[in-house]
Design a protein. Structure first.
Length: 534
């Protein structure tokens, strides 16, 4: 066996999804408290479901392709030092008359045990994966996963899965059954639509009373539809597909475009995965009909699904570990915590800077014209502002921006990640300039937000110059054209922080249009206690 990629002895596991179109794997490292971070991902398009779903048996070619892929994935997992490999198979293997034979060969020849799961269990695991990457709590939501052999629909209310459905409506199955012409004829398209609605209607009708506004789309086909819609809009999601939002109308327009085109013409559509050109029409029909029936307004992309659900389920069932999803209810905060932990960042300085920055925001946001949501962006930028030190100390602010922009921060939209990254970039040294790369591309209002948040972070970072949390709180006193920053301490010497604050405050002073002064209030808590006692 090849040597592991490194010698870290913390627990590592792999999760494999043997799907009808593709086989996916994720390898993750589990921390002692149950948290995890992804080490590697792999995907191979095998198409186990090709003709299998209509003829009832896996072809010899499909079995051979599946065996080669699973052998390669097991080797990769072993090289990463994975001590457990959890593999599940879905519709194609589940329905094939020789599915058991395939599973037996995988066990005997590769040494990998694959569990064939029923549709309802597949839906449950998909829900686990999605709930880790998307905040489902704010409103009733429907999750749709369209694989090659089946479609799973999950209704969530207050973040909990209250309905789990699985239907034999996979995109490969529907394409082989209904779409024989190229491009498909109106007769074929009508038959496809009637069948999709007839099968889904009982479940969708029961979901209507929840007044669903958003549908979360996962799986390769749904994600590809969102990507095409983003390209049509002129805003391709690129590396920020998770939590990317398109309207129901945009999905409907993508469907019409795909239906009119031949397979060759579809391969030229921007954003389309050419390997899905032959099955994407069926997927577009499913997505559009679900959105239309529910009268939903938007589709949200989620890049986490079954394989991540398998991983989370394993962690949750392990009595010695605590699932990460139980540690941080908010997927955004969980993503930031994961990045900090992955980088080995203890981050007491970042946490204190975040506290001071939020205090400044609460007192000055209205004066700076900052929107309410910017408070959260500032907090996360503060927590992450020094992560660039892991690349290099010189220009670490630029390295911080790079790490934020290129990390998998689940729960955030692309624009939010860009804003947080820019705020960290300007937390010291140069101030934002309209011709700066990235900053200059923002709208005028967003540039103003970045300026304001950067100014607050610059000052908050300066007020913890010693990294010993000497300044416990900061109070801003605005009187006319003067702002006084009262630095409350517990008697510790805060002259270093006061001096650094004076050096870092000019951008904030300019935005506020005031002169500034600093005042140290020592033993602030002792004074309060004495006043309370008297």
């Amino acid at each position: 066996m090849a040597e592991p990629l490194d010698t870290d002895h913390r627990m590592r596991i792999a999760a494999i999804d043997v799907g009808s179109n593709s086989i996916h794997m994720i390898v993750a490292q589990i921390e002692s408290d149950g948290r995890f971070h992804v080490l590697d991902r792999a995907k191979e398009r095998v198409r186990l479901g090709h003709l299998t779903l209509t003829k009832g048996a896996l072809s010899a070619e499909a079995i051979d392709a599946g065996m080669r892929t699973l052998a390669a994935f097991k080797t990769l997992a072993d090289r990463h030092g994975a001590v457990r490999i959890k593999a599940v198979a879905t519709s194609a293997v589940r329905e094939a008359s020789n599915g058991g034979e395939f599973i037996g060969r995988v066990r005997d020849e590769i040494g990998l045990r694959v569990k064939v799961i029923p549709g309802r269990e597949e839906a449950r695991l998909i829900y686990l994966g999605v709930s880790h990457a998307i905040d489902l709590a704010p409103e009733p939501t429907v999750i749709i996963d369209a694989g090659g052999g089946s479609v799973e629909l999950i209704l969530t209310v207050e973040g909990r899965a209250v309905q789990l459905h699985s239907f034999k409506l996979g995109v490969t199955r529907l394409t082989e059954k209904f779409l024989g012409s190229d491009p498909p004829s109106n007769k074929e398209l009508n038959a496809l639509q009637e069948h999709v609605v007839a099968v889904l209607e009982p479940a969708l009708k029961g979901m209507q009373r929840y007044r669903i506004r958003r549908v979360v789309g996962t799986s390769g086909t749904m994600l590809n539809l969102v990507t095409i819609a983003g390209h049509r809009r002129g805003e391709p999601p690129e590396a920020h597909l998770n939590n990317y939002v398109v309207s129901a109308d945009e999905i409907a327009r993508v469907r019409r475009q795909l239906q009119k085109a031949s397979c060759d013409e579809r391969t030229k559509i921007k954003g389309l995965d050419t390997k899905r050109a032959d099955i994407i029409v069926a997927g577009a029909c499913i997505a559009d009909e679900v959105l239309s029936y529910l009268e939903a307004e938007e589709m949200v992309a989620c890049t986490w699904a079954l394989r991540e659900g398998v991983l989370l389920d394993f962690i949750a069932r392990n009595p010695l570990k605590i699932a990460e999803v139980e540690q941080f209810e908010d997927p955004r905060r969980r993503s930031v915590a994961r990045l900090l932990r992955h980088l080995g960042e203890e981050n007491s300085h970042g946490q204190h800077v975040a506290q001071l920055a939020v205090e400044l925001h609460d007192q000055l946001a209205e004066r700076l014209g900052l929107p309410p949501e910017s408070r959260e962006w500032l907090e996360y930028a503060s927590l992450l502002h020094d992560v660039g030190h892991h690349i290099g100390h010189r220009d670490h602010h630029r390295h911080s921006q790079y790490l934020i922009a290129n990390s998998e921060l689940l729960g955030f939209r692309k624009g939010e990640v860009e804003m947080i990254g820019l705020v960290t970039r300007y937390h010291q040294k140069a101030v934002p300039k309209d011709d700066d790369e990235g900053f200059g591309d923002l709208s005028k209002s967003d540039r103003q937000v970045v300026r304001g948040l950067s100014a607050l972070l610059r000052l908050a970072d300066g007020l913890d110059r010693s990294h010993y949390s000497v300044v416990k709180h900061v109070v801003v006193q605005l009187r006319g054209s003067k702002a006084t920053f009262v630095l409350q301490t517990e008697g510790d010497d805060a002259e270093l922080e006061e001096g650094e604050g004076e050096r870092r405050v000019p951008l904030l002073a300019e935005l506020l249009g005031v002169d500034t002064a600093f005042e140290i209030q020592e033993d602030a808590y002792a004074h309060r206690a004495a006043s309370a006692a008297s």
